[in-house]
Write a protein that binds this ligand. Structure first.
Ligand SMILES: Cc1cc2nc3c(=O)[nH]c(=O)nc-3n(C[C@H](O)[C@H](O)[C@H](O)COP(=O)(O)OP(=O)(O)OC[C@H]3O[C@@H](n4cnc5c(N)ncnc54)[C@H](O)[C@@H]3O)c2cc1C
Length: 454
């Protein structure tokens, strides 16, 4: 087959948020795409997990996800593929509320008024601490949010004299939630970028966007329908083991189809073998593979606890300090269209406790971990009359390589590679964002551009 006939036929390996973003972007521009996904499910590290508990089929997520208003590209692409964010996401003005009583809420005002009012009106925060936090933000602004040389978040906070209460209730939880890396090893530069976009940008940038439906319905399934409707193909259960390139076209696993371009949109730990399979044809890819190999990873553990219907948490999203639990989400509240929750809705009484980044909890087995989570949260649960808040079942989902470890000065590979027509996509690809949905979506869009078919 001549190169002109196979022009604009793009293979995408991986149907996570990055691969699906690349696919949706390309089919919108009239480009033919074929997506190969190893598993039988769409969404990769942000996917629905179906569970059979007794007679009931329950849709969980592999981990509770939160988006923020600053995820502009994700929100735009959701709209484009027919997944309206207004219906699918609950928009909550930035509010950090902890079980220990600490509480701050940002009013819908432009920066710096939003932050100043949130800090000075915060419950359990002194005026002096509020002032120190504002000074810190002003100092970052004066530096144009550039931290040179890069250092850890803990060092940055110490240099700017941020007291313990600010660290434990504001900066460190923001760092761990956004970078999924403990402050002692997290990049101050990436953290500063997150603060810039989240806190100082447009008024709604800092809003928390909490999914009202499972992650599959949020983007992967609408994106897949969109790709099919626009002439694309998605093969599920199709793990790719080898890619070859004859100087003109790509082939995957020796299949007959020829592709003029290829986007590798798998997680970094899966990318290395596939990059290596192309090295005989393009030895310069060895440097890219080594860049990917040097990445380290951080886990996220999600513990689901199903309490009897009607049991609720004091607030839909609540922070915890001093134990292993960081955040708990009341899915009964968040996934129920009726804000006054009916006890007979499937997710009533279902709580998701999130433990991000590495820590001592990794040593605990699932039953011990779930029992400890219950101990830490039981005092913030409301029990309807005659009902005891004891979990009927628990499920622990461990994502050992949830994201790359976002450390100072990390050298992340670029979307463009030394082999013309081959681009990388994924949350780990070079950008100023940490490993998040927004980074994955942006990388997919960037890879679609980098292969130069539009
Ligand atoms: C528990 C958890 C909680 C998180 N919470 C948040 C959050 O609150 N907010 C946020 O923004 N981000 C969060 N993240 C991060 C976010 O989920 C990821 O950044 C994002 O999903 C990464 O998408 P991706 O497309 O880059 O990679 P992946 O999702 O890893 O997609 C890669 C795909 O490639 C497939 N694949 C691998 N090898 C092959 C092969 N050989 N052939 C074919 N297919 C292959 C995989 O099956 C997978 O579907 C969280 C992640 C986890 C795990």
């Amino acid at each position: 087959m001549s190169i002109s006939k196979i022009d604009h036929n793009v293979a995408i390996i991986g149907a996570g948020w990055a691969g699906l973003s690349a696919g949706a972007t390309l089919v919108r521009q009239g480009v033919r795409v074929t997506v190969f996904e190893a598993s039988r499910h769409l969404g990769g590290r942000a996917r629905r997990v179906s569970l059979n508990e007794g007679d009931a089929a329950i849709a969980l997520d592999n981990g509770q996800h939160i988006l923020i208003g600053a995820y502009q590209e994700t929100l735009k692409l959701m709209r484009a593929v027919g997944a309206p964010p207004g219906h699918l996401l609950e928009r909550i003005p930035l509010e950090l509320r902890y079980a220990d009583g600490f509480h701050m809420r940002a009013p819908i005002l432009p920066y710096p008024f939003n932050l100043a009012i949130a800090l000075f009106a915060a419950y359990n925060l002194s005026f002096a601490s509020g002032l120190a936090a504002m000074r810190f933000m002003r100092a970052l602004q004066a530096l144009k949010f550039r931290i040179v040389p890069d250092r850890t978040v803990s060092q940055l906070l110490a240099e700017h004299a941020q007291e313990q209460v600010l660290r434990t209730h504001l900066w460190e939880p923001l760092c761990v939630s956004a970078l999924n890396t403990p402050p002692g090893k997290a990049s101050a530069q990436v953290f500063a970028t997150v603060l810039r976009d989240g806190l100082t940008g447009a008024r709604h940038n800092s809003d928390l966007l909490v999914p009202r439906q499972d992650l599959g319905a949020l983007f992967p399934e609408p994106a897949s329908r969109f790709i099919h409707a626009n002439g694309g193909t998605i093969h599920l259960g199709a793990p790719v083991r080898e890619i070859t390139h004859d100087g003109k076209a790509f082939q995957v696993d020796g299949r007959p189809d020829l592709f003029s371009r290829l986007i590798l949109a798998v997680a970094p730990q899966h990318a290395t073998a596939l990059i290596a399979s192309l090295e005989p044809q393009c030895p310069a890819l060895g440097a890219v593979r080594r860049q990917v190999e040097q990445l380290e990873y951080e886990p996220i553990v999600t513990c689901y606890l199903q309490y009897p219907p009607g049991v609720t948490q004091w607030r839909p999203m609540l922070g915890f300090t001093g134990g292993i639990v960081q955040w708990v989400f009341d899915r009964g509240h968040l996934l129920t269209p009726d804000p006054y929750r009916k006890p007979d809705t499937p997710s009533s009484g279902l709580l998701a406790a999130v433990i991000s980044a590495s820590g001592s909890h990794e040593e605990l087995d699932n039953d011990v971990l779930a029992a400890q989570v219950h101990e830490e949260i039981k005092d913030v649960l409301f029990e309807p009359k005659g009902v005891k808040a004891v979990p009927r079942w628990t499920r622990v989902i461990r994502e050992k390589r949830a994201t790359f470890s976002c450390t100072p000065g990390l050298d992340r590979p670029a979307a463009r590679t030394p082999l013309g027509g081959l681009a990388l996509a994924g949350d780990y690809v070079a950008s100023d964002y940490p490993g998040t949905l927004e980074a994955a979506v942006r990388s997919g869009i960037a890879a679609a551009k980098a292969i130069g078919v539009t």
